[in-house]
Design a protein around this ligand. Structure first.
Ligand SMILES: NC(=O)c1ccc[n+]([C@@H]2O[C@H](COP(=O)([O-])OP(=O)(O)OC[C@H]3O[C@@H](n4cnc5c(N)ncnc54)[C@H](OP(=O)(O)O)[C@@H]3O)[C@@H](O)[C@H]2O)c1
Length: 286
């Protein structure tokens, strides 16, 4: 049992897929790719920065002149994301005990502030729920939901104290509608969506905002990692760069949510307004 800085307790599951050992970002582990942040630059902490959406988002923010703190587990891929920037690498396993707390501490030690947190780390699992190993239920829920909440919990006080900041949560259309044979992933992302809504209300007047980014399928290693390719004809796969552009735009405009592509707001709206019709359409068109 781990006692977090927030006073909560939890039992993070081991990462069975990678057999990864708990990794805490230490001063020695943090590698700079350039000069220390020249004061005044806004700072973004991006998790999942070693691949896919997180990596593309990190590159978009770097192009926009931000100073970056990049986290993921794979140091080599983090270095690729950071190439040509002054980003600081903070490798961390967010499924490890205290992973989120240690990452937040290391990040704040580096720069003293975080203007934007992009919580992009996440994994999927696909298959009939009845066959899903219990360890995988825990793994998906822990990384996609719990670890994200713990990280936000650790970073938020510094944003509120500064009177500014934005938390960007990477949800999924699965969390809006519930996708067959992705039940636990859908549940985790639905949890994130409702968390975003509740937290946004709580933070009103603090200067800190919450953005929920809701992508449909995106062409990343996500599908290979979960062991089942994307096999639907639509929605079509978006590029990680297009999601990164939407994240950038949402942060620039202080938007509460952003769908990629934008028409993906529709299924959730139909389901909310007329669940019966939504299910009939689903049964017919899949
Ligand atoms: N691809 C899609 O179709 C899609 C659609 C909607 C939402 N999303 C969401 O978008 C986010 C990014 O996914 P992606 O598509 O970019 O997938 P991806 O290319 O597989 O990237 C996943 C990222 O999460 C990191 N990660 C995985 N386990 C971790 C752990 N235990 N600790 C720390 N970091 C860990 C990975 O780091 P390492 O590689 O270093 O382990 C990697 O950087 C996820 O939250 C996913 O649910 C994806």
């Amino acid at each position: 049992m781990t006692h977090t800085g927030s006073g909560s307790t939890y039992d993070p599951p081991a990462d069975s897929a990678r057999g990864a050992r708990p990794t805490a970002p230490t001063a020695a582990a943090a590698r700079r790719h350039g000069p220390p942040p020249s004061t005044g630059l806004p700072v973004a902490l991006v998790t999942g920065a070693s691949s896919g959406i997180g990596a593309a988002t990190a590159r978009r923010f770097a192009a926009g002149g931000w100073h970056l703190l990049l986290s993921g587990r794979d140091r080599r891929r983090l270095e690729e994301t950071a190439a040509g920037t002054s980003a600081v690498l903070l490798p961390a396993d967010l499924a490890a005990p205290e992973g989120a707390r240690l990452l937040a501490q290391a990040a704040l030690r580096q720069t003293g502030r975080i203007d934007v947190l992009v919580a992009g780390a996440g994994i999927g699992w696909a298959g009939p729920f009845q066959t899903m190993p219990h360890t995988d239920i825990d793994r998906v829920l822990f990384l996609d939901l719990n670890a994200t909440l713990h990280l936000v919990r650790e970073v938020l006080p510094s944003m509120v104290a500064a009177g500014r900041g934005r938390v960007v949560l990477v949800g999924s259309v699965a969390g809006c509608v519930g996708v067959r044979e992705e039940a636990v992933y859908s549940a985790a992302k639905a949890g994130l969506a409702v968390f975003a809504e509740a937290l946004r209300q709580e933070l009103r007047g603090t200067g800190v905002g919450v953005t929920l980014v809701v992508p449909g399928p995106v062409e990343t290693r996500f599908f290979a990692r979960r062991g089942r390719p994307y096999d639907r004809s639509r929605p079509r796969l978006a590029s990680p760069g297009s999601v990164a552009g939407v994240v950038w735009d949402a942060v620039s405009r202080g938007r509460d949510d952003a769908y990629v592509p934008t028409w993906l707001t529709l299924p959730g709206r139909v389901r909310g307004l007329t669940p019966g019709l939504y299910r009939r359409l689903l049964n017919r068109f899949g």
